[in-house]
Write a new protein. Structure first.
Length: 207
């Protein structure tokens, strides 16, 4: 087998392990997900899982990254087609809807793992990853604010940093978990509420 073929096969194996880990951790929880079962479901030896990810926190990190991206392409959300669509949409309400719809898809994947990452904050590897993830999320939401503020002015009593903090809270896994998972709101009800609330809280008027 050529070097390129070996790389492609290794990449496919890694993707399979990550997706299995994400599915198990999301449905069963982190403590109940065993490295050996990840290996079995992915069709590899358990040594392959350890060789690739080193330990269980490393596997969690890979699963969380997959949840954020939705695939295995190393392209951050703000470089995805939906972000360009938001930038190019001249109407504020439609641009905000594009942003919320894309973020909702991310939150649906990420929320089951977000509490796990927070719970393991004492682990140095997970803590460093959590800090990096939050920094990248803030940067991405700041860029979202900048795009939307070109279409409608922020409320005069808000600066960009405060607006970003509010957006991080409203479009964060904690609010999504509380409203959709804990209190049973359906996706459409949550989506409509978020769009209206973001428009009013940050831009001072309905969408």
């Amino acid at each position: 087998m050529s070097k390129g073929g070996r790389r492609e096969r290794a990449g496919a194996t890694r993707r399979r392990m990550v997706e299995v880990a994400y599915n198990l951790m999301s449905t069963r929880g982190y403590p109940q997900t065993m490295m050996a079962e990840v290996a079995t479901q992915a069709g590899v030896a358990v040594q392959t899982v350890y060789f690739t990810f080193h330990n269980k926190p490393g596997l969690l990190r890979a699963a969380f990254e997959f949840a954020v991206l939705g695939d295995h392409l190393p392209i951050p959300p703000q470089q995805r087609p939906w972000f360009s669509a938001m930038e190019q949409e001249p109407d504020f309400g439609r641009a905000l809807t594009v942003a919320v719809d894309a973020t909702a898809a991310i939150l649906k994947r990420v929320t089951p793992l977000a509490s796990v990452v927070q719970m393991l904050g004492d682990d140095p590897e997970i803590s460093a990853f959590q800090q990096m993830s939050e920094r990248l999320r803030r940067e991405g939401y700041r860029q979202m604010i900048d795009v939307l503020a070109l279409k409608r002015d922020l409320r005069p009593d808000l600066n960009r940093d405060d607006a970003t903090t509010i957006l991080l809270t409203l479009l964060g896994p904690e609010v999504y978990r509380s409203m959709v998972i804990d209190h049973g709101w359906d996706e459409e009800k949550w989506r409509a509420w978020i769009i209206q609330t973001v428009a009013e809280a940050l831009f001072g008027s309905p969408r």
